[in-house]
Design a protein around this ligand. Sequence first.
Ligand code: CDP
Length: 213
Amino acid sequence: MTKPLIIAFDGPAASGKGTLASRIATDYGLPMLDTGLLYRAIGFLRAEAQGDMADAAAVAALASDITPELLENPSLRGRGAGEWASQVAAIPEVRTALKQFQIDFAQQPSGAILDGRDIGTVIAPDADVKIFVTAAPEVRAHRRWLQLVKDTPDLTPDEVLADIRLRDERDSSRSSAPLEMAKDAVLLDTTDLGIEAAIEHARRIVKDRRGSH
Ligand code: CDP
């Protein structure tokens, strides 16, 4: 049996980690989990119920309401869901409620690719390859604006930049599993890279790292 391969992609909002993770998952035929969707789903459910985002126990209990269908809901990709996700993601009880599911996903026999904020540090600290994907805030905001403006024509790039800065700050400063680069991660800055060039860089990092294990 071939050895499992676990690859962790972490990084700030709209850095391109999801796109890179899914392309590398296709290359290697590995299952992939976008862990941000789990936090988005909880934030979305809580917002729909008009509940208090700061009620730790009630928000964490929503982890058991996440279904595969909910994770396909396009509303989870919206601007509001990203903001709610970052609020609920700072609650330690929420992180605990989602942790084992992510660990089990990472530990399946084939291995897996996960993208998020704390994959290389908390969920899969022994991952074979860890890539920390980043880009300048203005570049990330522009990319995210291009995605969101289709459904929200009045949205301005500056509003998206403000959202991203707020989220970066909250995600990096929280006490529970903050966004930070694992010591053994490779930094991939996509500020000046198009999608295909970034994918080539990521492929090379995976090959190099696998070779060194
Ligand atoms: O796509 P984008 O990078 O904007 O966001 P995402 O990956 O879907 O994550 C949404 C929010 O969930 C982030 O701002 C984080 O606060 C939180 N998150 C987290 O705390 N840990 C993860 N492993 C993934 C997401």
